[in-house]
Write a protein that binds this ligand. Structure first.
Ligand code: FES
Length: 105
């Protein structure tokens, strides 16, 4: 079962930026793309559990702040070592200026 959860306002995320979102004991990262779409991934890097929302967002990728592993935040694909395991991604959408994410449970 999944639920659409209000996470923040679109304006709370910089364009080409990320924001941490914690829910039900798990942490996620929200991203705002250059064309103002929103995306959601697991919040922690798959290499060493560092918060990706603290990383650098460029176009459609996020660079982990610890060892510069890179992920495509649209698909979760690990694009650069040492990150080699993909992130889970979750549906996200904008409704009346609010960012909603569809999370398990
Ligand atoms: S902790 Fe993210 S690349 Fe190492």
């Amino acid at each position: 079962m999944t639920n659409w959860i209000p996470a923040c306002r679109l304006d709370d995320i910089e364009q080409e930026g990320a924001r941490r979102f914690d829910h039900s004991g798990r942490t996620y990262a929200l991203y705002r793309s250059p064309d103002d779409e929103v995306f959601c991934t697991d919040g922690l890097c798959t290499h060493e559990a560092i918060h990706l929302a603290d990383g650098l967002v460029m176009d459609y990728e996020v660079e982990c702040p610890k060892h510069s592993g890179m992920f495509d935040y649209r698909t979760g694909e690990a694009k650069r070592l040492p990150a080699c395991k993909n992130l889970n991604v979750y549906p996200a959408r904008i409704e009346d200026g609010a960012v909603l994410v569809e999370l398990p449970g």
